[in-house]
Design a protein around this ligand. Structure first.
Ligand code: SF4
Ligand code: SF4
Length: 280
């Protein structure tokens, strides 16, 4: 290898090394929390996301990135390696497992999920299922509308009206802050309101998640049992089906599948083996 070229890459990557190291450590934490199905590690990941990806770096996948992709105007690789690492990780993880990005990596989604964990259950409003299913389509309409608007006008600034991620850079007009305040107030009563019904990025990742390679396992008992369906806070379980576009791989149902005291699959298996033992 040409030493001059190696030196030049060292010079380019040197200033990005700390950011790349921290981003890699964060993504490893996210994957470990996901594979271990660990609640404390998931909340540690989400807290790190809000603090580091949100307030420190303001690094979230945004409709602006979708606009960049559409207009083939992406950041220069060598000066923006972290942007590419996060973007590639987001798309690859969505293809492999579904909306993992939304479940624990996006700083805004993490913030509202942490809000959800600390706000008392009794003040929640549970959106009726029929309304929830219809409202979930709004985000796809917003994604389509914002793309058409961008292609027609090339106006990047539309992002301010369809996503609140600017809040992490503390940039915003009084009207934008008032809108964000109203959204967060509504989120107190309707959990993950923006992510479930309004986010264009979530909609795009939902569409990509149709390709999911490693799907959530279901038992034959899931055809009749409703425990997981009631547990899912994202409206992503409909009878025996996992609705991939809405599932954010939060682990809640998967922890239940593994719970031999709660999941009917294991309880039925245990009873069958007890009967066999008694009759033999
Ligand atoms: S739906 Fe949007 S705001 Fe919510 S976690 Fe996904 S990308 Fe973030
Ligand atoms: S509970 Fe299961 S189906 Fe629902 S969002 Fe979480 S992982 Fe997906």
């Amino acid at each position: 290898m040409d030493p001059a070229a190696a030196e030049s890459w060292r010079e380019i990557l040197g200033p990005q090394a700390a950011e790349l190291g921290l981003l890699t450590a964060f993504l490893v934490l996210a994957l470990v929390s996901f594979f271990r199905k660990s609640v404390p590690l998931k909340y540690a990941t989400m807290a790190a996301s809000v603090g580091y990806l949100g307030f420190v770096k303001s690094r979230l996948v945004s409709v602006v990135d979708i606009f960049g992709l559409l207009s083939r105007d992406l950041p220069i690789f060598k000066y923006n390696v972290a942007w590419y690492v996060l973007s590639v990780f987001t798309i690859a993880s969505t293809v492999l497992w579904g909306r993992l990005y939304c479940g624990r990596i996006c700083a805004f989604g993490s913030m509202t999920q942490i809000m959800d964990a600390v706000i008392p259950e009794k003040i929640r409003f549970d959106v009726p299922v029929a309304l929830e299913r219809r409202a979930a389509w709004i985000k796809y309409g917003l994604l389509g509308a914002v793309i058409v608007y961008f292609l027609a006008t090339r106006d990047l600034l539309i992002y301010r009206f369809v996503e609140p991620f600017w809040m992490f850079s503390l940039f915003g007009t009084p009207v934008m802050w008032a809108g964000l305040g109203a959204l967060l107030l509504a989120t107190v009563f309707v959990r993950n309101l923006y992510c479930r019904f309004l986010c264009p990025v979530g909609a795009l990742l939902g569409l990509i998640s149709n390709l999911t390679v490693f799907k959530i396992k279901r038992w034959s008992e899931c055809n009749t049992c409703k425990i997981c369906e009631k547990t899912c806070e994202w409206g992503a379980i409909r009878g025996p089906l996992i609705v991939k576009t809405e599932c954010v791989r939060c682990d809640d149902c998967e922890r239940l599948y593994l719970d031999q005291q709660k999941c009917p699959h294991w309880i039925i298996l245990r009873r069958k083996s007890e009967k066999l033992f008694v009759s033999s």
